[in-house]
Design a protein around this ligand. Structure first.
Ligand SMILES: Nc1ncnc2c1ncn2[C@@H]1O[C@H](COP(=O)(O)OP(=O)(O)O)[C@@H](O)[C@H]1O
Ligand SMILES: [Mg+2]
Length: 327
């Protein structure tokens, strides 16, 4: 547990993002997906915060909103107390230097036609930092930071000549070369096997220890979050359902969805049976009115409550919050 945790560096307040697909010029409206639904959370300077949820729960949408690739339909996102939506000119450039992201698939951040040197150097070029000689030094340092040593071996290679784990390390070097204050890692190891994933977790942890970089670690696995994170937020269909320290949330999960996620994981759920079975064990019809979004799948749902209104976040103690009528 990181004890240096202090004030929030990133705040999301009631952030909502709706995607409309298939809207036609003739006025016929397409389908509407609420990817994030009034999400509020603070990430403190120096901590590793885990955002955990199944595929499609809105995790990548959150990361795209934070880096400014999308704008929220409602709510506010603040970095260092300043609204990121309105940032312009110099303030926006400074923000894009300070907030970096690595994706699940390193090919998303690495251009197949650029050598490793050019790929890692590119952010320096974009931000007009350094000259030829100093850039080469910084690229080598960044590769060393990502534990690609000796760095000279990698400079003239291309992404396809590296292993998946090495490619993700190059993406990390590219993200770290600008000395960001905030790093988003969006399922960085979901395409890697378990032992390589573990090495990447160790590297991310070391980056926080060495550089004090704040991290948003996005994962579908509570076990991965337990390894790496100080605090976690559990998200279900765009709504935050539980928030707490990683230890407390995983050892003593409160929300039925968090328990179900843990049950799906043998090491945490199997030996200490919560009785929630697999996530899809229960499937009730979805109510027409506002309701707890987990109601259709929840074994503990209370009729005439959970199907009639949406629960609000409640404080269980100073650090642990849950959005469920059972509390
Ligand atoms: N550009 C888009 N257009 C329409 N729907 C989208 C778009 N991006 C994401 N979605 C939808 O928003 C929801 C959340 O997606 P996403 O944030 O990618 O989830 P996750 O990263 O947790 O898997 C999903 O239902 C997804 O289909
Ligand atoms: Mg995603």
């Amino acid at each position: 547990m990181n004890t240096r945790v202090s004030s929030p560096i990133l705040s999301m307040t009631d952030v909502t993002k709706v995607y409309r697909s298939g809207d036609s010029l003739l006025g016929a409206s397409g389908s509407r997906v609420v990817a994030l639904d009034r999400i509020s959370l603070d990430i403190n300077a120096g901590e590793i915060f885990g955002l955990v949820g199944e595929s499609g729960s809105g995790k990548t949408t959150a990361s795209r909103l934070i880096v400014g690739l999308e704008t929220p339909d409602d709510g506010r996102i603040r970095f260092d107390g300043k609204d990121i939506v309105g940032l312009k000119g110099r303030a926006r450039r400074e923000f894009t230097r300070q907030v970096q992201v690595i994706f699940q698939d390193p090919y998303q951040s690495l251009n197949a036609h650029l050598s490793i040197f050019d790929a890692v150097c590119e952010p320096l070029v974009i931000h007009g930092i350094g000259d030829r000689a100093s850039r080469r030094t910084r690229v080598c340092e960044a590769l060393e930071t990502a534990e690609l040593t000796p760095p000279e071996v990698y400079l003239n290679r291309y992404p396809h000549q590296l292993s998946g784990g090495q490619r993700q390390r190059v993406a990390i070097a590219r993200a770290m070369i600008l000395e960001p204050r905030f790093l988003i890692a969006d399922e960085p190891t979901s395409m890697l096997d378990a032992s390589i994933s573990f090495q990447i977790f160790r590297l991310l942890h070391r980056l926080r220890e060495t550089f004090g970089v704040t991290m948003l670690f996005i994962t579908h696995s509570l076990a991965a979050a337990r390894n790496l994170c100080d605090r976690v937020g559990v998200i279900y269909r765009g709504r935050l359902v539980e928030l707490g320290t990683a230890r407390e949330t995983i050892m003593h999960p409160r929300h039925p969805y968090t328990k179900a996620l843990l049950d799906a994981h043998p090491r945490y759920g199997g030996s200490n049976h919560h009785g929630f079975g697999t996530l899809l064990d229960v499937e009730r019809p979805r109510p027409e009115t506002d309701h707890c979004l987990f109601y259709p799948r929840c074994r503990l749902a209370v009729e005439n409550t959970c199907n009639l209104q949406a629960p609000k976040m409640k404080n269980l103690d100073a650090a642990h919050r849950v959005s469920c009528f059972l509390f």
